[in-house]
Design a protein around this ligand. Structure first.
Ligand SMILES: [Zn+2]
Length: 449
């Protein structure tokens, strides 16, 4: 970038960002305590990635242009607006020591295992990241923020009765429930590598929340759901949108598809607020990933949604190569603020060595995996989805004093149960672990955590 000077002698006085912060009020919600927890030494989910993200955000001086908040923990009462109380109680009381003595049946009942282990402080960890999403939501509701960011949130797989895919409490569902108290229509957009199943399921019967998920799908890949024919039921029919993709999708086709689907969806549904889950495992070279996206392409999706000028809750999600997760989320923080960052990572960052060897915000991440998405396949996907939204004649209006009814009738419960049973055998960690050796071989020389 020619407008930046990067010679060593002037580095200290060189601006690390360019541009004028926009008129949007942006808030950044981060409790550093969230990085003190560990899923386990071999578990791919590293809360440490959030520390690295924060360090980048600080070293690029983005704190100068945003409101920074250290959020409070979510209360049990808040979590129980979606989750079952017995499950919350289980998370609160269970320790790794107790787990070792526990009956397998109980562990199975609460889906505890390789993907979702019980680790020290699990409840506290969940309360911290959930509290950050709920605080961010409050800022949007009060109008104090136009865009509120919580990179520790976005845990889209958690279910009412159990954890799933590294997610314990579903901060997204809880935030949307809060948004529905003042917003007639909420749009949820998920660009994580995996299907946003927990959020889809929670609002599967609602016409007030449109869920849109772009993800890898082949029927086996975790969580197993997210085919194009999952469109919602009852009043929610056609308000769930799924974009199932194959391995290796590249920048150009992803961004083109994303825009060509999101534009008509937003104009049809007319959301009054948008929640975007920015899972970073859709980047190329992700430890559990299989797409070819670069940081700029992923960020382009955030930039595009921001261009509609609606209030936005911006959340993290998956992402298992910490140095790329942090680069992405720092870059997306700059997008929310309409700023351009110097590609060269400031050398005063404490974790500078993590960005070896290029020390660049935009490493080259494409080309590791063949793109199995043909033009024809993507064209068909787009047509089928646009056909689905043709049925949406108008955006539903609601009486705002009505508290959203989250309960399902018997038939709806049954359908969702069947959907889950079909996919019971899939597992985000063990499925991927089978392929790990192959992937590791393909990336020898890469840094691992
Ligand atoms: Zn994911």
């Amino acid at each position: 970038m020619s407008t930046f000077t990067n010679d060593e002698t002037t580095t200290k006085h060189t601006p690390v960002y360019l541009g004028q912060s926009n008129s949007s009020k942006v808030s950044y919600h981060y409790n550093p305590e969230v990085t003190e927890f560990h899923y386990g030494p071999h578990h791919p989910m590293k809360p440490f990635r959030l520390m690295l993200t924060d360090q980048l955000v600080i070293s690029y001086k983005l704190y100068e242009v945003m409101d920074l908040y250290t959020p409070t923990r979510a209360s049990e009462n808040q979590m129980s607006r979606f989750h079952d109380e017995s499950y919350i109680e289980f998370l609160k009381r269970t320790t790794p020591q107790m787990m070792a003595k526990m009956d397998n049946k109980v562990l199975q009942q609460f889906n505890i295992g390789d993907d979702c282990p019980i680790f020290d402080g699990i409840y506290d960890y969940s309360a911290i990241y959930t509290g950050a999403s709920l605080d961010a939501t409050r800022k949007l509701i009060s109008g104090q923020s136009d865009i509120a960011i919580n990179w520790s949130g976005g845990l889209h797989h958690a279910k009412k009765f159990e954890p799933s895919g590294f997610c314990y409490i579903n901060d997204i569902v809880l935030s949307i429930i809060d948004l529905l108290t003042v917003h007639p229509r909420v749009m949820y957009i998920d660009i994580d590598l995996h299907h946003g199943d927990g959020v889809q399921e929670a609002f599967y019967t609602s016409d007030r929340v449109m869920t849109v998920s772009f993800h890898k799908f082949n029927g086996e890949f975790f969580p197993g759901t997210g085919n194009i024919d999952e469109t919602g039921i009852g009043k929610g029919k056609n308000y769930a949108i799924n974009v199932p993709l194959k391995d290796g999708i590249d920048d150009e086709s992803y961004v083109r598809l994303f825009k060509s689907i999101m534009e008509p969806l937003i104009s049809k549904f007319q959301p009054t607020v948008i929640v975007q889950q920015c899972g970073a495992d859709s980047l190329g070279f992700d430890r559990l990933g299989c797409f070819n996206l670069n940081i700029k392409a992923h960020g382009e999706c955030v930039k595009y949604i921001k261009s509609f000028g609606l209030p936005m809750l911006v959340l993290g999600g998956g992402g298992y190569t910490p140095r790329n997760v942090s680069r992405l989320w720092c870059y997306e923080t700059s997008i929310c603020n309409d700023l351009m960052l110097d590609d060269k990572i400031p050398n005063n960052i404490p974790g500078y060595e993590w960005f070896y060897p290029d020390y660049n915000l935009h490493p080259q991440l494409e080309g590791r995996i063949d793109n199995k998405n043909t033009k024809k396949y993507l064209e068909n996907l787009k047509s089928e989805i646009l056909e689905q939204v043709r049925f949406l004649d108008y955006a539903p209006s609601v009486q705002m004093e009505k508290i959203p009814d989250m309960s399902l009738n018997e038939d709806e419960e049954k359908i969702i149960k069947e959907l889950n049973e079909d996919n019971e055998t899939t597992n985000i960690f063990t499925n991927d672990r089978l392929m790990q050796q192959t992937k590791d071989d393909a990336r020898s020389g890469e840094l691992f955590t």
